[in-house]
Design a binder for this molecule. Structure first.
Ligand code: GLY
Length: 258
């Protein structure tokens, strides 16, 4: 994401009072501190702005406890936005303001049932996409992605049922490079599209990064991963993510970049 420092714009959405009801079925233990979640979210937004990103902050929605995780609602490619059908039906009410904001700049392409896809399962890697088949993204969803980005190649990879999204496990810190844990996504798909840096399984959460050229936004608290990345010459910007992680959220989940 944004390797050459070219992330121009982002949509984010504020933390609702109802955030304690956000879904937490995977690595999160459930959010407990809405004020701290807001502090962490604000620091994240400020950091994006420090990197020159023009950030649009959408009003929060108390009816949608997961509404901060806007990444899942759209895939951006070539001046268009694929508006997803999130795999969790309870999250489909989050779409309208995100679609309105994207529609001011991009052509909108709706996804039709029975397709489901979360943007967290979609990773651009050079001249192809990798998409996770997960509990949220089904084969009709991956086909809708193929149709949307054609003729760009799309590689599918099966996400274990105990993991949420592809990007919960693996992101791209640099052109031609992926970052993933040592214990999963081992079927060769990742290696067929990029060099894969593997980190200890205990630090899987640390594999979600956002790149601005050589500088990476990373979650604080993953020392082995940070050491590996620093050895590779990256400059790291750690962000506290505990109350975002508590709702199964990672750094990339908090933005639609376009
Ligand atoms: N809590 C984010 C999600 O489950 O989609």
């Amino acid at each position: 994401m944004g390797h050459s420092g070219t992330i121009a714009r982002a949509i984010v959405r504020g933390v609702p009072d109802s955030y304690q009801q956000a879904t937490a079925n995977y690595f999160g233990s459930g959010p407990t501190d809405v004020s701290e979640a807001r502090r962490q979210h604000s620091a994240y937004v400020a950091t994006l702005r420090d990197f020159g990103v023009a950030v649009t902050e959408l009003d929060t929605d108390e009816e949608c406890p997961d509404c901060i995780f806007v990444e899942d609602l759209a895939v951006i490619y070539n001046g268009r936005a694929l508006l997803t059908r999130p795999g969790l039906a309870s999250r489909r009410g989050e779409m309208q303001p995100v679609a309105e904001a994207l529609g001011a700049a991009l052509e909108l392409v709706p996804m039709e049932a029975p397709a489901t896809l979360d943007g967290g399962d979609v990773l651009r890697v050079g001249n192809c996409f990798v998409v996770g088949l997960s509990t949220r993204t089904n084969p009709a969803g991956t086909q809708a992605l193929r149709d949307f980005v054609a003729p760009m190649p799309v590689h599918e990879i099966v996400i274990p049922d105990d993991q949420l999204h592809l990007k919960s496990i693996c992101t791209s810190p640099d052109e031609g490079v992926l970052l993933g844990p040592e214990h999963t996504l081992l079927d060769g798909t990742l290696e067929s599209v990029a060099e894969v840096i593997r980190v200890p399984a205990t630090e899987t959460y640390g594999c979600n990064v956002i790149a601005f050229g050589n500088e990476l936004l990373v979650a604080a608290g993953y020392p082995a991963t940070h050491a590996i990345l620093e050895q590779r010459g990256f400059q790291l910007h750690p962000l506290e993510m505990s109350q975002i992680r508590a709702a199964d959220g990672s750094l990339t989940c908090l933005s639609v970049f376009y």
